[in-house]
Design a binder for this molecule. Structure first.
Ligand SMILES: Cc1cc2nc3c(=O)[nH]c(=O)nc-3n(C[C@H](O)[C@H](O)[C@H](O)COP(=O)(O)OP(=O)(O)OC[C@H]3O[C@@H](n4cnc5c(N)ncnc54)[C@H](O)[C@@H]3O)c2cc1C
Length: 479
């Protein structure tokens, strides 16, 4: 019997797992996908917002500002990557200048620090590619950029090291409550018994809630965002996050520098019927280009290497829904976590544990908040590289030439409690295949390394989910 079962291993479930792992409790996380953070947490802008635009007084406003602050601790404890970019909000006419003043006042009430107004000439000294027609800029220096997949992954890895259990490929299909505990049933016919339940199922959080309380007072309305990805050679084109003025549709189409040097253009904001609709469309991509032109000049569209989309779990409640179920005690919903959910995630976990569940236990003596820093070969000095070649010679063999990823880093990504044996899993962990050629060169090599390390035939190695092999029959090519 578990004390707490968390449904969903996105950034929210992962942060909650880490927060609960501080205490002497038996905790598990159930995730329907074959990997952690595979849904909303994988496809977004990656911005740790300052907390400037959520309406003052909402949970979104409070937890965004607190979450932004907590990222500095995550950097020290989990060794997550963090870019301190700052951000510029751009007003393009007189009406927007009036709204910008209101935005500033709202941000100030929310507790956003160090903001200042800039003229376009002042802003262009820092960002020469801003559109000269912009009338006024609000600078938000506390804005940062993270790598959300890594944040969730490292938080969950730390939680696992502190005793949490993770079950992947575990799709929750039914929940019942009898004899003071929950019975959670799954597609794979496994059953989990738990004293408390935490619903962190993202776009499916309303369905999970309805499994036990059909009268739940929120619904998730999926809202899709599409993006272009520019190659990392674009680095330096824009160094701040560039926002237009927010509108009813949200923060708008942005220009966002990424941790690994790429720049994202997007997202769109469109209501969709299908919660799993991650298609990109001609209309959506045209909308991005049409909006970017108001903010930037000399946009290097020739460097587009990819496009993708993510679906926001926007709720009819219009704020984060972080509450104990009104009918079923011990059942906690952490739902409607759309933007700024990445930003707020560490604060959401603390808020749930301290102010909603009210856990009042001592921190266990062997809790270790620190996760050992991962080796990223290309970031090392020449001396460190030479030393490493002697200890583990496969650090000396580059497999992904675009991103300089070595064979040993791929082996490291396959092994461990959160390892993966799929091409996409390795791409997320080690970044092999993320560069200009998008795996055209290294994919077949990664395939062979996975087969060798897992002792499986090549045609059994999947690209991503089950039954997605790259090869459909045995290959004559040796390892
Ligand atoms: C286009 C876009 C841009 C965004 N930009 C930003 C940004 O720049 N900054 C920011 O702060 N926020 C941003 N967000 C919001 C942010 O991505 C989300 O708030 C955050 O990822 C939510 O995390 P989550 O863990 O709640 O959801 P998810 O990551 O979706 O995780 C939920 C998990 O539950 C699992 N699950 C669902 N049903 C079941 C079931 N039946 N059984 C078992 N498991 C189940 C899913 O597989 C999934 O892994 C953006 C979102 C989108 C879509």
């Amino acid at each position: 019997m578990y004390d707490y079962t968390i449904i969903g291993a996105g950034i929210i479930g992962s942060m909650i797992a880490r927060e609960l792992s501080k205490f002497d409790l038996k905790v598990c996380v159930l995730e329907k996908e074959n990997d952690v953070a595979n849904v909303q947490t994988r496809a977004n802008s990656a911005i740790v917002h300052s907390g400037h635009d959520p309406k003052h007084g909402t949970l979104k406003a409070r937890l965004a500002v607190e979450g932004n602050d907590l990222y500095d601790a995550l950097e020290k404890e989990l060794h997550i990557s963090l870019l301190r970019t700052g951000a510029f909000v751009c007003a393009k006419d007189e009406d927007e200048i009036i709204d910008m003043q209101k935005l500033y006042e709202n941000a100030k009430l929310n507790g956003v620090e160090d903001m200042e107004f800039l003229s376009i000439d002042e802003a262009k000294k820092l960002e020469p590619n801003l559109n000269s027609n912009i009338k006024k800029v609000l600078s938000l220096p506390t804005t940062k950029v993270c790598f959300p997949w890594e944040v969730a992954f490292f938080a969950l890895e730390n939680a696992i090291k502190n005793g949490v259990e993770l079950y992947r490929n575990t799709h929750v299909t039914n929940i019942s409550y009898t004899n003071n505990h929950f019975k959670v049933e799954t597609k794979s016919n496994k059953t989990y018994l738990s004293k408390h339940l935490i619903n962190a199922a993202g776009v499916y959080s309303d369905q999970i809630a309805k499994m036990i309380n059909p009268d739940i007072s929120f619904e998730i309305k999926p809202r899709k965002g599409e993006y272009y990805v520019l190659d990392k050679s674009v680095k330096g084109y824009m160094n701040h996050v560039i926002y237009p003025m927010p509108s009813k549709k949200g923060k708008g189409v942005l220009i966002t520098p990424q941790i690994h040097g790429n720049i994202l253009l997007g997202p769109t904001s469109d209501w969709v019927e299908d919660k799993d609709d991650i298609s990109t469309t001609e209309k959506g991509l045209a909308y991005i280009k049409n909006n970017i032109k108001d903010m930037a000049e000399n946009v290097p569209y020739h460097l587009i290497i990819r496009q993708f989309a993510g679906v926001r779990s926007t709720s009819t409640y219009e704020d984060f829904y972080i509450q104990e179920d009104q009918k079923v005690k011990g059942f906690y919903h952490v739902a409607g976590i759309d933007s700024p959910g990445i930003t707020a995630a560490p604060a959401i976990a603390k808020y749930l544990v301290n102010e909603v569940i009210h856990i009042d236990l001592p921190i266990k003596p062997d809790f270790n908040p620190i996760l050992k820093k991962k080796i990223v070969y290309k970031d090392l000095s020449d001396d460190q590289k030479k030393k490493l070649h002697k200890e583990k010679p496969l650090y000396g063999r580059i497999i992904c030439k675009c991103e300089d990823i070595t064979e040993q880093e791929i082996i490291d990504a396959i092994s461990g409690p959160l390892g993966s044996d799929t091409i996409k899993g390795i791409k997320k962990r080690a970044r092999a295949g993320s560069g200009l050629c998008q795996g055209g060169y290294c994919e077949s090599l990664v395939l062979r390394i996975i087969a060798r390390e897992t002792h499986k035939p090549l045609h059994e190695i999947n690209y991503d989910q089950e039954n997605t092999p790259i090869l459909d029959q045995e290959s004559k090519v040796g390892l």
